[in-house]
Design a protein around this ligand. Structure first.
Ligand SMILES: CC(=O)SCCNC(=O)CCNC(=O)[C@H](O)C(C)(C)COP(=O)(O)OP(=O)(O)OC[C@H]1O[C@@H](n2cnc3c(N)ncnc32)[C@H](O)[C@@H]1OP(=O)(O)O
Ligand SMILES: CC(=O)C(=O)O
Length: 489
């Protein structure tokens, strides 16, 4: 929550820091760097709130090697300080405008001051990867003599590689008899590899962030290190691996930083399969196309349909919605799904149901039909929607307000069907299919009713109507009981 929160545009409120800290504690992390106390009054409020939780983890504040920073950390009553001193000549000269000796002395004074006030001290060499090794070691030794409990090597701009990191840590940890941490950045995509190399070389701790958030390309991702250690090196950490995904979701939501779709382990696609050959293999043994089970980190496998789907995927998807089909019907449904995929479409559950309706020749008239929809929005108006629908032929008129016009329309729709079903919107995505303000938009929604989830799509030049169409499509499928569908065959 210090380097992770340095992600541009991110600022956590005190209660958000507390939520994340509680999660990190249940996850089993040893030290939570709750912030940098000198930063602001709000930051101190957040750190204090985390300290008040009395968690198992050690609560730490970042501090420069300055009395002022340590005093702010003390005001927050943290257990420890992560004292950071610049060690490369580039940083010493260009940034601090000082010389090596005076910077080393600043580190010594700061360590002594923090120790005198009862803090656990981790002394970090900032930009250590571009520092002269003899000078770095001299700062570390001076820090240990002044009472530092731990040291840290910061690859501040992510320029290490695994071979150099391993060699360096083997040397540092044999020469210096206090625990040494590794702190990596991901500028070249090597943060996890370098962190693991440091641990192999003897590092006692690693600095990580959830989802790898942080400055520029971010820091080392906790989920990657934990799972790599367990799966590829058979090394256990104290972490409760099943909590990794829920923690990833929480941090992404509170920071407002979406996780990349193909991000290792926690990205949306990490355990999602569309290819027919893969789905077929997975059904025989999930290890064929998954290095670990999704449940290991608290996730579930998802099989989706699209151009690459095969018959196995289609049979599975039909079974999910309570349908059985003959071999030739499965062939026909698969062909139609591939056809949709060839048109560049993301195949939704509603698409599958509509194809199945037609191929299996089923009676499934939509229960909910839209008659009218009017939406009012503007800089002096609360977005309001009023609409008329028929549900099983009965007219229902309803209105709703929202944060925006789409929200208002969907709230009105949800209210209209409340008597029939309690439907929740789980995800909403909008994409412009063409460019410009007259673009055709496509809206993709994921909705749920109880434990049933469904995806649906709506498209058109009007974003509100495309959203309403997608929502009604999904609602109709959710109110269509599995056993209420009668196939004619
Ligand atoms: C690699 C990292 O992640 S380092 C951590 C980065 N995190 C942050 O910057 C946290 C948020 N920062 C802040 O809120 C502010 O920058 C503050 C409160 C720390 C300082 O604000 P200001 O006093 O306005 O200084 P400003 O931000 O302009 O410059 C940074 C100052 O810290 C000094 N400094 C930088 N690193 C160190 C260090 N390790 N030890 C001592 N001083 C340092 C710089 O020399 C500069 O000092 P100067 O103002 O006397 O020239
Ligand atoms: C201290 C720190 O965050 C860094 O050097 O990257």
């Amino acid at each position: 929550m210090r380097d992770g929160e340095q992600t541009p545009g991110v600022s956590l409120m005190p209660e958000e820091k507390v939520w994340i800290a509680r999660n990190l504690d249940s996850l089993g992390v040893d030290v939570i760097e709750a912030g940098s106390a000198v930063t602001s009054a709000g930051e101190r409020e957040g750190i204090k709130a985390v300290v008040k939780e009395r968690l198992n983890a050690e609560i730490c504040s970042f501090a420069r090697v300055l009395k002022q920073d340590i005093d702010c950390a003390l005001e927050c009553d943290v257990d420890s300080v992560h004292l950071v001193v610049s060690v490369s000549d580039l940083h010493i000269k260009a940034k601090l405008k000082k010389d090596r000796d005076s910077v080393r002395q600043m580190a010594v004074d700061a360590v002594e001051y923090a120790k005198k006030h009862g803090l656990i001290v981790e002394l970090s060499g900032e930009d250590a990867s571009r520092a002269d090794l003899d000078y770095l070691t001299s700062v570390y030794r001076a820090g240990i003599d002044a009472g530092a409990d731990r040291l840290c090597f910061c690859d501040t701009v992510g320029v290490m590689n695994p071979e150099r990191t391993y060699d360096l840590f083997s040397r540092l940890t044999s020469e210096l008899k206090v625990p040494i941490s590794i702190h990596c950045h991901n500028d070249f995509g090597l943060a996890t590899a370098n962190t693991v190399a440091a641990l192999r070389g003897g590092a006692a701790q690693c600095h990580v962030t959830v989802n790898g958030v942080g400055e520029r390309a971010g820091n080392t991702a906790i989920e990657e290190v934990a799972v790599v250690l367990k799966s590829l090196y058979q090394v256990n950490t104290n972490l409760v691996l099943q909590n990794l995904y829920p923690t990833s979701k929480l941090v992404s939501r509170l920071m407002g930083i979406p996780v990349g779709t193909n991000k290792a382990l926690v990205g949306e696609n990490a355990f999602m399969h569309e290819s027919g050959i893969h789905t077929h293999g997975l059904m025989a043994n999930t290890a064929t196309y998954e290095p670990i089970t999704p449940e290991t980190i608290g996730r579930k496998r998802q099989i989706v349909l699209g151009k690459h789907a095969g018959r196995t995927s289609v049979v599975l998807a039909l079974r999910e919605i309570g349908l059985e089909a003959t071999d030739s019907q499965v062939d026909e449904i698969t062909a139609r799904i591939k056809d949709l995929g060839d048109k560049g479409k993301h195949v939704t559950d509603a698409d599958l149901m509509s194809i199945a309706d037609s191929v299996l020749d089923m009676q499934s008239e939509a229960r909910i039909k839209l008659i009218d929809c009017t939406v009012l929005s503007g800089n002096h108006a609360t977005p309001t929607a009023s609409l008329k629908v028929t549900i099983d032929g009965q007219e229902v008129v309803e209105s709703g307000v929202g944060l925006g016009p789409v929200d208002a329309a969907l709230n009105a729709l949800r209210k209209a069907v409340m008597g029939v079903a309690d439907i929740k919107l789980e995800e909403y995505r909008v994409e412009a299919i063409t460019g410009g303000t007259d673009a055709l938009v496509e809206v993709w929604v994921k909705m749920s009713r109880g434990d049933r989830f469904i995806s649906a799509r709506g498209a058109g030049p009007d974003i509100i109507m495309a959203s309403v169409i997608a929502f009604i499509e999904g609602m109709n499928r959710l109110v269509q009981e599995k056993n209420g569908i009668s196939a004619k065959h």
